[in-house]
Design a protein around this ligand. Structure first.
Ligand SMILES: [Zn+2]
Length: 306
C-alpha cells in the first residue's frame, strides 16, 4: 500500500465523520453501540485501512447493519493527515494516547484527542481498538477484564494465534480499552494487534477479524465464522520496563528475537537496565523492543499459558 492510499482512506472516513472525527452508523434498530477505534497510535496505519474497508463494504451493500450503532472512532489521526511519508509517522506528538486515560493534561495534543473521543468510548457497550506492532509479530488479541464469556468469545471468533490477558496490570499508564472496561465493567474491550506496522498483508486478517466480531456482537448481519484453531490464551505476569531511553536492553536468549518466542523456566532472556533477567516459569516473550523510546517504556511482556 502506498502512503497516499492510506491518507486517502483516512480522508474518506474523516469526510463521512462528525466534527469529533467519529463516524456514527446507526442501524435504526435497538442494539449495542460498538466502537472500532483506528489510529490510537499515529503510525499504526493498518487500523485506518481496516476501518476504511469495513466502511466501503457497508457502502457497497456487501455488508449490512443488523442492530445498534457502529462508531468508527479516529483517535490520533492528525499524525497521518499531516505527515509526508512512512518515515515521518510518529506514535504520538506529546504523550502516548494509549497511556494517559487516568491522567489529565494541560491541553496538549493527545489530551485534546482523548477528551474529543472519550464520550464515544464511554457510551460504547463494546470497543475494538486496532493497533499494530513495532517488530515483526503474529496478530494478537489483548483482552481486558477476567470475563469468562468474553474469553470464550475470543476463542470462538478471533483469528489470532494468541490472546493475552491481564496486560493492563503491567502497562505504565492507562490504555483506552482499560478505561472502557473500567467505566463499563462489562462488554468487550479488546485491542487487536494486526502485526508489524507496515506489513500490509495483515490488513486482510484484520478486516476479517473486525467483521467477524461485529457479527458476533450483532451489529452486522451474517453469522460469525467459528474458528477451527483456537487462539492460545496467555496470561501476562511481568513486564520489563526501561529505566532510561535508548540502550536499556540487550537480548541474550536469541540473536533474532521475534514475537512469542517460547523460553523454558530458568532461561536468562536479557539484560534490562544493566541487570540479567531470568524467567521463573515456561514463558512466551511478547512485543520485544530493541530500543527504549523513552524511560518507562515496556520493553517486553512475559506471558504464560493458563
Ligand atoms: Zn499501538
Amino acid at each position: 500500500m502506498k502512503f497516499e492510499q492510506l491518507q486517502q482512506a483516512l480522508s474518506v472516513v474523516l469526510d463521512a465523520a462528525n466534527d469529533d472525527a467519529v463516524l456514527i452508523l446507526d442501524s435504526g434498530q435497538p442494539g449495542p453501540t460498538v466502537s472500532v477505534v483506528a489510529l490510537t497510535h499515529g503510525n499504526e496505519v493498518t487500523g485506518i485501512a481496516t476501518a476504511h474497508q469495513v466502511l466501503e463494504q457497508l457502502q457497497s451493500g456487501q455488508l449490512k447493519q443488523r442492530s445498534g450503532r457502529l462508531q468508527i472512532v479516529l483517535a490520533n489521526y492528525e499524525i497521518l493527515q499531516d505527515s509526508k511519508d512512512f518515515e515521518s509517522l510518529d506514535r504520538f506528538r506529546f504523550e502516548d494516547l494509549n497511556r494517559i486515560w487516568a491522567k489529565s493534561g494541560d491541553g496538549e495534543h493527545e489530551y485534546l484527542a482523548k477528551e474529543r473521543i472519550r464520550p464515544y468510548i464511554e457510551q460504547s457497550d463494546h470497543v475494538i481498538d486496532l493497533h499494530s506492532t513495532n517488530g515483526e509479530s503474529t496478530s494478537i488479541g489483548i483482552l481486558m477484564g477476567p470475563d469468562t464469556a468474553q474469553i470464550e468469545a475470543m476463542q470462538s471468533y478471533l483469528d489470532t494465534p494468541y490472546v493475552l490477558l491481564e496486560a493492563e496490570k503491567f502497562l505504565s499508564g492507562m490504555a483506552l480499552v482499560e478505561y472502557h472496561q473500567n467505566s463499563r465493567k462489562s462488554g468487550l474491550s479488546l485491542v487487536i494487534e494486526a502485526g508489524q506496522h507496515f506489513d500490509f498483508s495483515t490488513i486482510e486478517t484484520n478486516v476479517a477479524n473486525t467483521i467477524n466480531l461485529l457479527r458476533h456482537l450483532e451489529v452486522l448481519e451474517g453469522e460469525p465464522r467459528k474458528q477451527v484453531t483456537h487462539p492460545k490464551i496467555l496470561k501476562v505476569y511481568e513486564a520489563g520496563i526501561a529505566k532510561f531511553a535508548g540502550e536499556a536492553i540487550t537480548w541474550t536468549y536469541s540473536n533474532a528475537p521475534k514475537g512469542f518466542d517460547f523460553v523454558e523456566k530458568g532461561t536468562q532472556i536479557c539484560h534490562l537496565n544493566g541487570e540479567p533477567v531470568v524467567v521463573g516459569c515456561d514463558s512466551y516473550i511478547v512485543m520485544q523492543q530493541a530500543q527504549a523510546l523513552h524511560a518507562g517504556k515496556e520493553m517486553y511482556y512475559l506471558a504464560a499459558e493458563m
